[in-house]
Ligand binder design. Structure first.
Ligand SMILES: *Cc1c(COP(=O)(O)O)cnc(C)c1O
Length: 495
């Protein structure tokens, strides 16, 4: 062969590549003419060091949980333990193909089956499906289940309305509309559902009442059993938005509170990542009446064998490819079993303690609407700052200069100039104290400084409308937008 002949030629000792056969043909010759590139490839002409510095600097221009806390209420940016990342990346988990025969993925199916059983226990529900890829996806699927239920009763033309409290997360009304329902808002009283308003609103047109408990004001709806009675009394379903479940883990659950169906966000309560709009896991749980409508496939166990079960005639069908977000399920399972039953309850108690501790401290700086004892998150109102021309947005921007992320702002809408703060169980007292000190410096800063913030970041105030409507997401976008957009200067961050 030509290779052998080539080996006996004088070797070029500087050449790492094996000697090329003299008659080797360029690989491109196998490609059809029309697929070959006509212009030379634009290789970035940079050294390794330049590339490393570029990406290291970029990573510091953004906020990340690895460098600073994220007190975003209603989003629960929880720490994702590194060990869960390692587990999810093991070959046995990461290299599976969704079309592999079931006999070769028994371990994966067992993990999913165990996670389902565990979540049944956590939610107090009959059955759980891991299919939905996000909280909103789970909400929509649950409402499709409610729809299917009423269709079977011959009531789908009548039960067309979904009720929501005015504290509801924005995805709730959106999901209801996507599922073909009209929505109606129920006013709250002192941050909780006003029972009289609910009684007046439910009717034989109501398909479902969507509620999160604790709600997005961080308050536990202690009238929940009465709420369930009112809703069920009207023949309607009660839906639990479980994105705030971390506050009640192991203490109570939606099943006990009388809910019929729920979504949980594993990417909130069970520490799986969901940054950058990536996939989540908005698993669904259902009580006896709605369980038959859960999406397929379900995971079934016969003897010691696991399989995907599509034989559920009442199911709303398939809503996600393959098994759902398997990598997130691996992480969630690792989180749950490493905590154990007692550990999960500790997660809830610690999150509630953190929230109340910080709430007390920040409550000396800004008013706190509603009652002082909260669950996992609390609200502040920046309204008094308006007297000196300072808005909650200015305060949020000023916090960035302190090296901490701002809380959620302007949500829920029923609180003027709202700030919504949440520190999950993984944050220490020291971090809370540091945050409180930073918050105090920000509130007490001059109006001029508050208006000028952020000063220490690589970009100042951005045109948020333009950033959302005309996002510049690649270097090509940036190049085409030049000279209007400045490339952020290289700065070192004050952290
Ligand atoms: C995050 C959240 C949702 C939506 O979950 P996504 O995964 O972002 O779609 C719904 N309700 C509440 C209360 C939430 O905090």
């Amino acid at each position: 062969m030509t290779f052998r002949q080539a080996r006996w030629e004088e070797p070029n000792i500087w050449d790492l590549a094996p000697p090329r056969a003299a008659d080797a043909v360029p690989a491109v010759s196998g490609l059809p003419e029309r697929l070959r590139r006509r212009t030379p490839l634009q290789w970035p002409e940079l050294s390794e060091l330049e590339v490393v510095r570029h990406y290291s600097r970029l990573s510091q221009m953004n906020f990340g949980i690895d460098t600073a806390p994220y007190p975003l209420g209603s989003c629960t940016m929880k720490y994702n333990p590194k060990v869960s990342e390692l587990l999810a990346r093991r070959k046995g988990a990461a290299d599976l193909h969704p079309a592999q025969p079931e006999s070769t993925v028994q371990g994966a199916l067992e993990l999913l089956w165990r996670l389902e059983r565990l979540l049944c226990k956590v939610t107090g529900f009959h059955e759980v499906s891991l299919q939905p890829a996000a909280g909103a996806h789970g909400e929509w699927a649950a409402l499709m289940m409610v729809r299917a239920y009423f269709r079977e009763q011959g009531l789908s033309a009548q039960r067309t309305e979904v009720l929501l409290p005015d504290t509801a997360h924005g995805t709730n009304p959106a999901s209801a509309a996507m599922a073909g329902f009209t929505t109606r808002e129920i006013a709250s009283r002192n941050g909780c559902v006003d029972l009289d308003a609910l009684r007046a609103a439910v009717s034989d047109r109501t398909a479902c009442f969507m509620l999160t408990n604790p709600n997005t004001a961080g308050l536990f709806e202690s009238d929940i059993l009465e709420i369930a009675e009112i809703v069920h009394g009207a023949g309607s379903m009660l839906y639990y938005d479980g994105a705030n479940l971390n506050a009640i883990l192991g203490i109570t659950n939606p099943g006990r509170m009388g809910f019929d169906v729920a979504h949980l966000n594993l990417h909130k309560t069970f520490s799986t990542p969901h940054g950058g709009g990536g996939p989540g896991a908005g698993v669904l749980g259902a009580g006896e009446r709605l369980a038959p409508y859960l999406p397929v496939p379900r995971i079934a166990k016969t003897g010691r064998k696991f399989r995907l079960d599509y034989d559920r005639p009442q199911s709303i069908g398939k809503i996600k490819s393959a098994y759902g977000c398997f990598g997130l399920d691996v992480r969630a399972y690792a989180f749950a079993v490493s905590h154990g039953e007692e550990g999960l309850e500790h997660v809830a108690r610690r999150a509630v303690l953190n929230s109340n501790y910080l709430g007390q401290k920040l409550g000396t700086l800004l008013p706190r609407p509603f009652r002082p004892l909260v669950k996992h998150e609390f609200l502040l109102s920046g309204a008094p700052l308006k007297e000196r021309g300072v808005r909650t947005l200015d305060l949020a921007k000023r916090l960035l200069d302190e090296g901490v992320h701002a809380p959620t702002i302007y949500f829920p809408a029923l609180v003027e100039e709202a700030l919504m703060v949440e520190f999950p169980e993984t944050e220490s007292k020291r971090t809370l104290d540091e945050f409180a000190a930073a918050f105090e410096r920000a509130v007490k800063d001059t109006t001029e400084n508050l208006h000028a913030a952020p000063r220490n970041l690589s970009v100042g105030r951005i045109d948020e409308v333009r950033a959302a409507r005309v996002p510049l997401l690649s270097w090509k976008d940036l190049r085409n937008a030049a000279p209007k957009v400045e490339t952020p200067p290289a700065v070192s961050m004050p952290r």
